[in-house]
Design a protein around this ligand. Structure first.
Ligand code: MTE
Length: 319
């Protein structure tokens, strides 16, 4: 145990605490969840190899369900890809816990199939689809994207999905539709943190219709060549790589087109800290920490943050 060298990136200085821990007294919150031991154990107590083999075992059933998706060469990055095990053991999924290193264990009872997704609101053709039927109908592709969390950690991940635009074209937005409002599942029996009535569950996120129609905006159903494991927001989630990670809502059950700006989860909790737009910007510090640099999870690498997370060519015209 003493030989385990904790990579610098895994140290969590006070300026990188999770947003929620400032909303609620941190110690009380941790006590409520009973996570102090578990979080500490996986970071400092147990052997990294033992954890890696447990995670590898957990990922197996997903890895044996590959997705047939052609790599889109337009979307690759020069930075090294994050290891699958690193990405699968450092997650934000507040429905289950606020301890990133234990999400993968806490999602074990989360059943992500069968799963329906409803597309409604200001559309000509509202529909409810089984996620696997939807996957069969959509043009799947693999894209390697940079991903940047508002807490300053970053990763490079091969997602598999389809442009949200393809789904929106299918349901045909009406001319007065201006925003897309997305909602995560609600099931406190499975996701215990949803019992915390002080938080505005279910998790909701939103985009303008123009952002949702942008070519970069992906609805993601796979990662590292296979279907999504639960900790990454199975069976279907959003990825908007030019925005801070909290916009990339997981485990979506509903997509509604509306003419009103949606009220979103973190924006309701801390409006001064988590704006609706949430575009990655090194020049606008978070009220409690700088956004000038980012660190790659699972490594000691630190890089300057790029405006729009490096995707300005594709999205700067929207603002
Ligand atoms: N979606 C839901 N439903 N619940 C969450 O807690 N966390 C967000 C986002 N989507 C979150 C969510 C945040 S803060 C981040 S950084 C990313 O998911 C993390 O995605 P990952 O765990 O796949 O890396």
């Amino acid at each position: 145990m003493a030989n385990i060298k904790i990579p610098k990136g895994w140290e969590i200085p006070e300026n990188q605490v999770t947003p929620e821990s400032v909303y609620i007294n941190r110690r009380k919150f941790i006590k409520e969840l009973g996570i102090v031991g578990a979080g500490a154990l996986s970071l400092f107590g147990s052997s990294a190899c033992a954890q890696d083999s447990k995670v590898a075992k957990q990922l197996k059933p997903y890895q044996t369900q590959p997705l047939d998706a052609k790599k889109n060469e337009e979307f690759t990055v020069t930075r090294k890809q994050t290891d699958e095990i690193v990405a699968a053991t450092y997650n934000n999924f507040y429905e289950f816990t606020s301890s990133k290193s234990t999400v993968w264990r806490r999602v074990e009872k989360f059943k992500t199939r069968p799963w329906e997704i409803e597309i409604s609101g200001l559309v000509e053709k509202p529909m409810t689809l089984d996620v696997d039927d939807l996957i069969k109908q959509m043009p799947l592709e693999e894209r390697i994207y940079r991903f940047r969390c508002v807490e300053t950690w970053a990763m490079v991940v091969p997602w598999i999905g389809f442009p949200m635009k393809a789904l929106l074209e299918k349901v045909q937005p009406k001319s007065d539709a201006k925003y897309v409002r997305m909602t995560t599942f609600m099931d406190p029996d499975v996701a215990p943190h949803q019992n915390n009535f002080r938080l505005p569950w279910p998790y909701v996120e939103g985009l303008t219709l123009a952002e949702a129609m942008n070519d970069l905006t992906l609805l993601v159903v796979g990662i590292y060549g296979h279907i999504l494991p639960p900790q990454h927001g199975a069976p279907i989630r959003l990825i908007v790589p030019w925005k801070y990670g909290f916009k990339s809502i997981k485990s979506i059950v509903s997509i509604e087109l509306t003419d009103k700006k949606p009220r979103t989860f973190w924006n309701i909790i801390l409006p001064r800290e988590y704006g609706f737009e949430a575009n990655v910007n090194p020049n606008v510090p978070h009220p409690r920490w700088s956004q000038a640099t980012e660190w790659m999870i699972g490594s000691r690498e630190r890089h300057p943050t790029l405006i729009y997370n490096g995707y300005g060519d594709a999205v700067a015209h929207l603002y």
